[in-house]
Design a protein around this ligand. Structure first.
Ligand code: 9MR
Length: 478
C-alpha cells in the first residue's frame, strides 16, 4: 500500500479492495472499504478539497462524463475536489439499459478519472423511482422487485472497493405533510423494498457506506420526520444503513432552513453519518456566499457530517443553470460563494451577514426531471403537449405534481391550465411561473424546463390549502 499524498492532501496510489484500511495523519477519517483518508498538508487552505481534508472531510462535486474532455472543467475538478459523484452515469437507465445487460463505460470514465486523481467516489443511485430504464418502468410486483435487487447486487458488486458511499435508495418519500412514501412502481412492490435494497447492497459491497438520499428533508418537516422514523426503525431492527444524504438544493422559495444543522444533527444522533450530497444554492453575490458558508459551518459543526458534494462545477454545468447556483461562473472563475465556502472550511465559519428568511411553510423542491419517455405511454401524437396531475393531500392542504409530456414536435415552452376547487388557494409553486392562485390558474415553464424534445417529460409542482385539484390539466405548447 502506498501512503503517498499529493500536494492537495489526496491519497495517491490508492489501492482498491473491500477490506483494505489505511490510517494516515492525525485528522484521519477511516472509511472501511474503498478507503480514502484525508490528512492536512502544506497546501491545505487553498483548495476546497484540501481544506475539507484538513477537517477530516471530503469536498466533492457531481461530474458528467461528457465534460471530461473540457479542459477548463477538468482543471477545476482536479484542482479543487477530492470526491466525485456521477451526475447521471450510475443511474439504473445508464447502467442496465436492457435487462441483464450492464453498461458501465461512462460511469467507468468518471471512476477511473477520479481514482487516477486520488479522488474518492460516491455512488448515485442504485434504486430510484426516476431514471429507470424503459423495461423496468414496465415491470411490477415480484418481477420488478427481483429485477431491482439484481440491479443493486450487480452494480454494487461491479464497483466493490471503489465506492466509499452508495446512495442505495433515492427520494422514496413523498412531499407534503403526510410523511408518506412516494407512490412508485418500486413502492408498490411492498413497503419493505427499501430495506431489501439495503440488504442486497450490503451483501454485494460490505465495505461501502450505505446511504438513504433525499431532498426537502434538509430541515425538520413531515418528510424528514418520516425519513428519521425509517432510519430509527432500521437501526433498531438491524437493517444495514450507515448514512443519510441531504441533497440541499436551495433557492429563494426553499432557502437553507434555519434548523438545518439541528436537523442533520438529530439524524447523526441516530448513529448514522450525514452527508450533504447535491448542494446548490440559487442566487449571487453576498447572499449566496453567506448561504454556502452557513451550509459548510453546519457540516463542520456536526462530527458525523463527513463531507459535502456540490451538484456541478460551473454555473453553466448545473441542472438549473439559470439560477447560477454553483461556486464557479460559466468561465470557470471563482465566485464570491467559492471564497466564502473556502473560508468557512478553513476557519470553521464566516459571520453570516444576511440571515436567510424562513418561509412559513417548507416548500418542497421537486427536481425538474427531464426523464426519457416511458415506453409504456407513447408520446401524444401531433404537436402540443399533454399533462397529468398527482396529489399528495392531507386534511387542509395538498401538494400537486404536474407531469408535462411534449408531443411529437417537442416544445420551446408550455402553458398548463388547472382549475382549483372552490376554497382552494395555492401558497407556493416551484419549477414554474404561475398566474393566479385561486379558481382557474395558469402555469408556464421557467427557463430550464421549457424546451422538451418529442415525448420528453418534465415535472413542476405547487402547494395549496383546501382541497386538491383533480382531472386532467390543459397543456398548450409553443
Ligand atoms: O443533475 C441531474 C440531471 O442532469 C438529470 O437530468 C436529472 C434527471 O432526473 O437528474 C439530475 O440529478 C438529480 C439527482 O440525480 C437526484 N436529485 C435531484 C437531482 C437534480 O434533479
Amino acid at each position: 500500500m502506498s501512503d503517498k499524498k499529493d500536494r492537495r492532501g489526496r491519497q495517491v496510489g490508492l489501492r482498491s479492495g473491500p477490506r483494505l484500511a489505511l490510517v494516515l495523519g492525525t485528522a484521519a477519517t477511516l472509511a472501511v472499504g474503498a478507503t480514502m483518508v484525508f490528512a492536512p498538508t502544506a497546501s491545505a487552505g487553498t483548495t476546497l478539497g484540501a481544506s475539507a481534508a484538513e477537517k477530516g472531510r471530503y469536498f466533492g462535486t457531481a461530474v458528467a462524463a461528457n465534460k471530461l474532455s473540457d479542459s477548463t472543467y477538468v482543471g477545476i475538478l482536479n484542482r479543487e475536489f477530492n470526491s466525485v459523484t456521477a451526475e447521471n452515469e450510475m443511474k439504473w437507465d445508464a447502467t442496465e439499459p436492457s435487462q441483464g445487460n450492464f453498461s458501465y463505460a461512462n460511469a467507468d470514465r468518471i471512476v477511473n478519472h477520479a481514482r487516477s486523481n486520488g479522488q474518492q467516489v460516491r455512488g448515485h443511485a442504485l434504486a430510484w423511482h426516476s431514471q429507470q430504464p424503459g423495461w423496468a418502468q414496465n415491470m411490477s410486483g415480484t418481477a420488478l422487485r427481483n429485477a431491482m435487487l439484481n440491479h443493486v447486487t450487480q452494480v454494487a458488486t461491479y464497483y466493490r472497493g471503489k465506492i466509499v458511499a452508495w446512495d442505495v435508495v433515492n427520494e422514496a418519500f413523498a412531499d407534503g405533510g403526510g410523511g408518506n412514501r412516494r407512490d412508485s412502481n418500486l413502492q408498490r412492490t411492498g413497503n419493505d423494498w427499501i430495506e431489501a435494497a439495503f440488504r442486497a447492497a450490503r451483501a454485494a459491497d460490505p465495505g461501502a457506506k450505505l446511504c438513504y438520499n433525499d431532498y426537502n428533508t434538509d430541515g425538520q418537516n413531515a418528510k424528514s420526520n418520516a425519513v428519521y422514523a425509517m432510519v430509527q426503525d432500521f437501526k433498531a431492527r438491524g437493517v444495514p444503513i450507515d448514512c443519510v444524504g441531504f441533497q440541499s438544493h436551495f433557492n429563494a422559495q426553499s432557502p437553507v432552513p434555519s434548523d438545518y444543522q439541528a436537523n442533520l444533527q438529530r439524524f447523526a444522533n441516530l448513529g448514522v453519518d450525514v452527508q450533504i450530497t447535491e448542494l446548490d444554492i440559487e442566487g449571487s453575490g453576498t447572499t449566496q456566499a453567506n448561504n454556502f458558508a452557513r451550509v459548510v459551518q453546519a457540516c463542520l459543526a456536526i462530527t458525523r457530517c463527513t463531507g459535502i458534494t456540490v451538484w456541478g462545477i460551473r454555473d453553466t454545468d448545473s441542472w438549473r443553470a439559470s439560477g447560477t447556483p454553483l461556486l464557479f461562473d460559466g468561465s470557470g472563475n471563482k465566485k464570491a460563494a467559492y471564497t466564502s465556502t473556502l473560508n468557512a472550511l478553513n476557519s470553521g465559519g464566516n459571520p453570516i451577514t444576511t440571515p436567510p428568511t424562513q418561509p412559513t411553510t417548507n416548500p418542497p423542491t421537486t427536481p425538474p426531471t427531464t426523464t426519457p419517455p416511458p415506453t409504456t405511454t407513447p408520446p401524444p401524437g401531433g404537436a402540443g403537449c399533454s399533462a397529468t396531475l398527482s396529489n399528495n393531500a392531507w386534511n387542509g392542504g395538498y401538494v400537486t405534481t404536474i407531469r408535462v409530456t411534449a408531443g411529437s414536435s417537442g416544445t420551446n415552452g408550455w402553458t398548463i391550465g388547472v382549475t382549483l376547487p372552490s376554497g382552494s388557494t395555492i401558497t407556493n409553486a416551484w419549477n414554474t411561473n404561475r398566474s393566479g392562485n385561486t379558481g382557474s390558474v395558469q402555469f408556464s415553464n421557467v427557463a430550464y424546463n421549457g424546451r422538451l424534445t418529442a415525448g420528453q417529460v418534465t415535472e413542476f409542482g405547487f402547494q395549496g390549502t383546501g382541497n386538491a385539484p383533480s382531472g386532467t390539466p390543459t397543456c398548450a405548447a409553443s
